[in-house]
Design a protein around this ligand. Structure first.
Ligand code: NAP
Length: 244
């Protein structure tokens, strides 16, 4: 497998930690973001200190054509892709009875359609080369469900079904596809939680703390490596034991 990686949603949080970790492992990396260009430029410089090429591009994963262009340009600029990690994701939490159609569609479009767009764009070139690894970031909400997150839970459960089907489809092309399902991780996504919510969540986590983005990145790096060469179609929770 080539050491060229594509990371969606790489500018902040878990995706950012993945970019830094893969750069340490010697990958050239193309990552995308939606709006935070300043964070992206800073990350290009920081990850580039590992001596690899790192290209941040503004690409909305909801835009199928833009994702295809991004993949094509990445292969032209950095070389044949060996790894794709889909970390772009959003929340719009609301009890179902109060949810607006827009809140539903924004979350499903970004979290599920976004994964479909990236995977479809990378699958064919990987199939032609009979080599590749796809890691989709879901959530424990997608495994077990989470109240006030029907939109998010549905999108993240969709990623699991999608990835398992994909693993069955592309295994014969020596492409592995797996899911990483984090619990509560310290990022901007969880920074807005109320003190009361955090306290309740912490009480349910046997390890007694939220996870770090770098810990998720370590799991991603392992699953991307040859050491995980016989792992495909699996879902890996990294959640301090909050659900078992
Ligand atoms: P975050 O800190 O909010 O970062 C989200 C990243 O996704 C940013 O780089 C953002 O780019 C990008 N993004 C959002 N919408 C996008 C779009 N339409 N097109 C391209 N990029 C887009 O989130 P996080 O906590 O790192 O979460 C990363 C992934 O892990 C998500 O899929 C999330 O659902 C999942 N996850 C997180 C947790 C957690 O506790 N944090 C738990 C379970 C699962 P901009 O900066 O440009 O907006």
């Amino acid at each position: 497998m080539t050491r060229v990686a594509l990371v969606s949603g790489g500018s902040r949080g878990i995706g950012r930690a993945v970019v830094l970790r893969l750069a340490e492992d010697g990958y050239d990396i193309a990552f995308c973001y939606r709006s935070d260009a300043e964070a992206a430029r800073e990350l290009e410089l920081e990850a580039g200190e590992s001596g690899v090429r790192v290209l941040g591009t503004r690409v909305d994963v909801c835009d199928s054509a833009a994702v295809r262009d991004w993949v094509t340009r990445t292969e032209a600029d950095l070389g044949e892709l060996g790894l794709a990690v889909t970390a772009a994701g959003i929340t719009r939490d609301k009890p179902l009875a109060l949810m607006a159609d827009e809140e539903w569609h924004q979350v499903v479009d970004t979290n599920l359609d976004g994964v479909y767009h990236v995977c479809r764009a990378v699958a064919f070139p990987m199939m032609k080369r009979k080599s590749g690894c796809i890691l989709n970031i879901s959530s424990v909400a997608g495994v077990h469900g989470s109240p006030t997150q029907t939109n998010y839970s549905a999108s993240k459960a969709g990623i699991i079904g999608f990835t398992r089907a994909l693993a069955k489809e592309v295994g014969r092309y020596r492409i592995r596809a797996n899911v990483v399902a984090p619990g509560f991780i310290e990022t901007d996504m969880t920074a807005g939680l109320s003190a009361q919510f955090r306290e309740n969540a912490l009480a349910k986590i046997p390890l007694g703390r939220f996870g770090r983005a770098g810990e998720v990145a370590d799991l991603v790096a392992y699953l991307a490596s040859d050491r995980a060469g016989y792992i495909s179609g699996s879902v890996f929770q990294i959640d301090g034991g909050i659900v078992m």
